[in-house]
Design a protein around this ligand. Structure first.
Ligand code: CA
Ligand code: CA
Ligand code: CA
Ligand code: CA
Length: 460
């Protein structure tokens, strides 16, 4: 009995030490000045991953012609000059990093993968930035190069497969998906695991992936859901005439439905006054769960999170299309209306009348209630944290943000606000005490990790 109690106390005392393994930055913000040009237009973005294999999250930033890698402590790992494909007007889209990290050969070391304008797949050693190998997978006739590469687990071995996506044009979007075993690509064996030429992608962002049913294997996600074996299991029916999907998120929206669900939103391309629906969809690999058409307003961008812990499941915040004075609306996990407000009434003085963009769900306070982080729309401007249910601005960061990325990189499990400002990374953490310090790290959720590697402006 005595032994049991000692062991029990010992276990409890050990827990905070596990979380202390990731140091909190003393400076707030912590700043890294990088030896790369400032971003041009909307090309390139940020990812974090442990690329030097020391257990701490590092920073990878892409701008035209450059990939920069900086370690967790801000020291430079390497900078590679290369013709990385980060074309914002096609895919991978605005603010997309165009680079992805993972241990693709199960040797315990992280690799970085990206595509070039020349049509090649490059594989770098994460720690040194050296080219390990390259491949030139063949193209479907309709496309000029591959535009998106996603590391996935399709066959049951962690991260040992990739999905390539090609962008045809704005109406047909990224309908081509070719899946490969990494080993085949490395050896120049260009026999895909499967291919599709009928994938319904979001217009503005690339294919996402998630393990929807807990088997460990990934489904390819867009308006279509493609099984790990390449079968199309479900597809949203759009009316044609330029209707498309603008934003997509994957989460456990409904806690009474097994697995994860996908949320996506429709732009009808026909005025709502003409009766065209602008819908929000919730679905999974087994079919449509619900669709909602709130006042015929176009949802445009979404953030999905537990914004109201008193309500079952997750809530869905919709930005609305309005070019000035946005009118965000919130739906619950069942597609029912929760709240709606006007941005001009909630934004602080001097905030852009264009509203917000790059809207991320964020675990900022550590409380069960999640918040949203976003930047000023259509301007290199400030960043805010707001309550999605009421629109109340909780925090404003006076910055000149070119890019905004939300991820857990330091301290406890909560997320930091990571801003690219010119050639400088600025990492803000919440100095307030964490009310729930012993939650598991968000990175332990596979869908969190995959989302943070495949996001862009439209679908953070
Ligand atoms: Ca590291
Ligand atoms: Ca590796
Ligand atoms: Ca809720
Ligand atoms: Ca953190």
């Amino acid at each position: 009995m005595k032994h049991g109690i000692t062991f029990f106390i010992g276990t409890i005392l050990l827990l905070p030490m596990v979380y202390a393994d990731w140091p909190q930055y003393e400076q707030n913000p912590f700043e890294i000045t990088m030896e790369i040009p400032a971003p041009e237009n909307q090309d390139g973005g940020i990812i974090v991953a442990d690329i030097n294999n020391d257990g701490l999250m590092d920073y990878v930033v892409t701008v035209a012609g450059h990939i920069a890698a900086y370690a967790h402590d801000g020291s430079k790992l390497w900078i590679r000059q290369t013709d990385i494909q980060i074309k914002s007007h096609e895919l991978p889209g605005n603010h997309a990093p165009g680079v992805i990290a993972g241990d693709i050969d199960s040797n315990g070391k992280t690799e970085l993968l990206y595509l070039t304008y020349g049509g090649d797949l490059h594989v770098l050693d994460g720690e040194s930035g050296e080219l390990l190998w390259a491949a030139s997978p063949p193209l479907p006739e309709a496309i000029k190069r591959w535009d998106v590469v996603v590391i996935a687990n399709l066959r049951g071995a962690e991260n040992n497969d990739v999905i390539l996506q090609g962008f045809e044009d704005a109406s047909l979007k990224g309908r081509f998906l070719h899946a490969y075993a990494v080993d085949d690509l490395r050896q120049g064996h260009y026999t895909p695991l499967w291919t599709r030429d009928d994938f319904l992608s979001c217009r503005h962002n690339g294919v996402r992936i998630a393990d929807l049913d807990g088997t460990g294997r990934h489904y390819a996600l867009g308006g279509s859901i493609i099984s790990p074996d390449g079968e199309k299991l479900f597809e949203i029916k759009l009316p044609g005439h330029g209707a498309h999907l603008d934003s997509l998120s994957v989460a456990k929206v409904r806690d009474n439905i097994p697995g994860l669900q996908v949320v996506s939103v429709e732009e009808a391309n026909v005025a709502a006054s003409q009766g065209a629906p602008h819908r929000v969809f919730l679905y999974n690999h087994e079919g449509l769960i619900w669709e909602s058409n709130y006042q015929g307003w176009e949802p445009q961008n979404i953030a999905v999170g537990n914004f109201d812990p008193a309500r079952q499941g997750l809530e869905i915040w919709n930005r609305s299309r309005f070019n000035t004075n946005q009118k965000p609306f919130v739906l619950d996990a069942f597609g029912e209306f929760v709240s709606q407000y006007e941005m001009d009434n909630v934004a602080p003085e001097g905030w852009s009348e264009g509203g917000v963009e790059v809207i991320n769900t964020i675990d900022w306070t550590g409380a069960e209630k999640q918040l949203a982080a976003a930047k000023e729309r259509h301007t290199v401007g400030d960043v805010c944290i707001f309550d999605p249910i009421t629109g109340e601005f909780i925090q404003r960061f006076s910055v000149k943000a070119d890019r905004l990325y939300i991820a857990d990189v330091s301290g406890d499990w909560r997320e930091e606000v990571i801003i690219l400002q010119g050639n400088s990374l600025r990492i803000f953490h919440n100095p307030e005490p964490n009310p729930r310090p012993n939650q598991p790290r968000l990175w332990e959720k596979d869908h969190y990790l995959r989302s943070k590697l495949t996001y862009n402006y439209y679908s953070p």
